[in-house]
Design a protein around this ligand. Structure first.
Ligand SMILES: Nc1ncnc2c1ncn2[C@@H]1O[C@H](COP(=O)(O)OP(=O)(O)OP(=O)(O)O)[C@@H](O)[C@H]1O
Length: 248
């Protein structure tokens, strides 16, 4: 597998009260093309900062991020961020939200693409609805469709489902896997939910407390659909929790 993302020895600190708060301390990571990598770590360890750096929204102090071998200099068209906060425009319909990021093609082609992706995430019939008419789970699907419609090569997901209730969270995991089967993207997922990582990812990176470094990497060999009750996954969960200092 070719490397899609290569992170080389990045460091990042923030000024705090005349000193520097070190947040990322020499972190290396390579993500293969089409690979799904989850990053878990203790609260406040620097996960979101890492995501901002990988997606080009924040520069590292030192070190580099390369996408397909080219140094990342800012957010580019190759990757799209899906965050817990959401970025759906409330004044646009579902269809208009999906058409918003499309810069090429005529209006009819944009509508066709928007409706195709609305259908793919299970929103057929809601193309003309406004966000206020949708449930939290449906909004999250609009979010995902809005990211997919521009055909990004990389999906950066920062706690994408954490604002949803537990049932919808489980449902969206399956939706995401289904979509990824149809359109293979490289995915970097940040989550505090170890089970979510075990259910979805090919590889799980466990970060240390701040300043973040990679503490350990786990390869999840299980094929999809996975059962979290699987003894191998249970053992891996225990090992990950132990790395996070949480023993059960
Ligand atoms: N722009 C900023 N300016 C100053 N400090 C910042 C900035 N962004 C993050 N920090 C600090 O960096 C540290 C790591 O924050 P970050 O949001 O990356 O952690 P996190 O692991 O995503 O946290 P959580 O799990 O709670 O979401 C925190 O101490 C935070 O206060």
């Amino acid at each position: 597998m070719e490397n899609k993302i290569v992170i080389d020895d990045i460091r990042k600190g923030f000024a705090k009260g005349g000193a520097t708060l070190p947040v990322i301390d020499g972190l290396d990571l390579a993500v293969g093309d089409g690979e799904f990598v989850a990053i878990v770590g203790p609260s406040g360890c620097g996960k979101s900062t890492l995501m901002k750096i990988i997606s080009g929204f924040e520069p590292p102090d030192t070190g580099s991020v390369r996408i397909d071998g080219t140094a990342l200099r800012g957010p580019g068209p190759t990757g799209i961020v899906i965050s817990q906060h959401g970025s759906v425009f409330p004044w646009l319909t579902v269809q208009e939200n999906l058409m918003f990021g499309l810069n090429t093609g005529g209006a009819a082609e944009k509508r066709r693409l928007a409706d195709h992706y609305a259908d793919m995430v299970g929103l057929k019939g809601f193309e003309q609805a406004y966000p206020r008419e949708l449930s939290g789970g449906m909004l999250k699907r609009v979010e995902i469709a809005r990211a997919l419609v521009v055909k990004p090569q990389i999906l950066y997901m920062d706690e994408p489902f954490s604002a949803l209730d537990a049932l919808m969270n489980l449902h969206m995991r399956n939706e995401l896997l289904r979509i990824l089967q149809e359109e293979r993207h490289t995915v970097v997922l940040i989550t505090h939910d170890v089970e979510e990582a075990l259910y979805l990812a090919d590889r799980i990176m466990v970060l240390s407390p701040r300043p973040a470094r990679i503490r350990r990497s786990f390869t999840v060999g299980e094929p999809h659909p996975r059962k979290l009750s699987n003894p191998g996954l249970q053992r891996m969960k225990d090992d990950i929790l132990a790395e996070l200092g949480l023993t059960t």
